[in-house]
Design a protein. Structure first.
Length: 435
């Protein structure tokens, strides 16, 4: 019996890598805080969502969708410009769609012809991004969709994808599909330098992918690569999509690696070991893929406050861009990203490497924390004074300008006169250094 227990424990350890590896991975993740997500493929030519036209069977027929790659020729693509933009935005990692649900590979996989090097463009985009990222010291990760509408072992491809896009794990071919995933992931993990994260994106049948197998393999090849929760296991972090969780995510709120429901969360502060790392991914307009008709852009203030809200609950923020078919990032995205970067240059200390803040229910803003400092983000600046119900404050600094600010003790906290403080329309940040 003891032997079985020991063997099981050893097996679990081999799968998850060591605790210290995970701690280091999460430290890097938390230091980075803000990342750029890139959804890009031939679908950008048609201003449709990535993969969904063939899955829903609407908008475009499958043959037409598959034929897009014959016209895909993003000659204006400049990997360095992408990395530079992320840098200017204050983003500290990038996640690129190496393969979306449609199965099209934006890297030069040896195991399929449905890939970027078989387009008029003909060059490996993942490789160019990896080289540019390496040169800039920018961590790069790969989104990799376990679902693959193009692979005949994933589903019966004689039927339209809309009939069986969830995959057919009960067919005898399924194990061959898992082998395909393995050899492709090996390509991504051995040819493109350090991989910051393997960002899986499952749809259904999560248990059918044998998540442990891929965790084990990834950690054998790159122990520092993070793994998200979309292959049936919690991995290093969970991934709410298009929204911020309503409370702080705890380990006990996670069931089978799925993203937690808001009802399972509270604003109570968890212990560090109960805290569950997470990342919200979000689009700037409505779609992940480039769509020239989608002009529903979120404002810079909205996006910055989403980043702040995420950080205030201990989370990361992965903000998406869908590059154009020419290979550029549209000006509306660039403008917002750069404006976020300007704010972060002044206030980044309050975001990078911080954890959830001690005051979760302030009427006027948010908090984060790092060591003995609490950062206070004020969204609605009062006219004369700001009351902060925080004990043990010894100094207050305004991050913009870096000056110290006078305060008085008030009740159990402090009162900061703010008449002379120029409010930042996005968020004004005070650092409260504690005793
Ligand atoms: C949604 C979309 C998918 C996209 C993902 C990113 O699940 O359906 O296309 O890649 O979000 O999180």
């Amino acid at each position: 019996m003891l032997r079985i227990v020991a063997a099981t424990l050893l097996f679990a350890l081999a799968c998850s890598g060591s605790d210290s590896d995970q701690a280091e991975r999460l430290r890097r993740f938390n230091e980075a805080k803000f990342g750029m997500f890139i959804h890009w493929g031939p679908y950008s030519l048609a201003s449709v969502e990535a993969s969904w036209p063939i899955m829903s069977g609407k908008l475009m027929n499958e043959a037409e969708y598959r034929a897009l790659r014959q016209r895909f020729n993003p000659t204006a693509f400049d990997a360095k410009a992408f990395v530079k933009l992320a840098r200017e935005a204050g983003q500290r990692y990038m996640v690129f769609t190496s393969k979306h649900h449609d199965g099209f590979c934006m890297f030069d996989s040896a195991y399929t012809d449905y890939k970027i090097t078989r387009t008029p463009y003909g060059k490996d985009i993942a490789a160019q991004l990896a080289a540019a990222a390496r040169e800039e010291g920018m961590p790069l990760g790969f989104y990799y969709s376990p679902p693959d509408m193009n692979h005949p072992a994933y589903r019966d491809t004689s039927k339209p994808a809309s009939a069986n896009w969830q995959g057919e794990p009960a067919r005898p071919e399924w194990p061959l599909y898992l082998d395909y995933m393995e050899i492709q992931l090996r390509e991504l993990l051995t040819r493109y330098g350090d991989v910051f994260v393997v960002w899986f994106d499952g749809l259904s049948h999560q248990g059918a992918y044998d998540g442990w197998r891929f965790h084990r393999m990834i950690h054998q090849i790159q122990p520092m690569a993070l793994i998200n929760n979309r292959i049936g296991l919690t991995g290093d972090y969970v991934t709410p999509e298009q929204k911020l969780p309503k409370g702080i995510i705890t380990k006990s709120s996670i069931v089978n690696g799925a993203n937690p429901k808001d009802q399972a969360l509270s604003s109570k502060l968890p212990s560090p070991s109960e805290f569950q790392p997470w990342e919200t991914c979000m689009t700037i307009n409505k779609t992940w893929a480039y769509n020239r008709n989608d002009t529903n852009f979120k404002s810079t203030t909205f996006l910055l406050r989403a980043l702040i809200d995420a950080a205030s609950r201990g989370g990361n923020f992965l903000l998406n861009v869908g590059p154009t078919p020419e290979g550029t990032i549209q000006p509306e995205f660039q403008e917002r990203l750069r404006a976020m970067g300007v704010w972060l240059k002044v206030n980044g200390e309050a975001i990078y490497g911080t954890t959830f803040g001690p005051l979760q229910e302030l009427p006027y803003g948010k908090t984060t924390a790092k060591g003995k400092t609490v950062f206070l983000f004020v969204y609605e600046m009062p006219k004369t004074e700001l009351d902060v119900p925080l004990d043990g404050v010894r100094r207050v600094r305004l991050l913009a300008g870096g000056r110290t600010v006078k305060f008085t003790r008030h009740g159990g906290g402090v009162r900061i006169p703010v008449e002379s403080v120029a409010a930042d329309p996005h968020a004004t940040v005070f650092a409260l250094d504690l005793r």
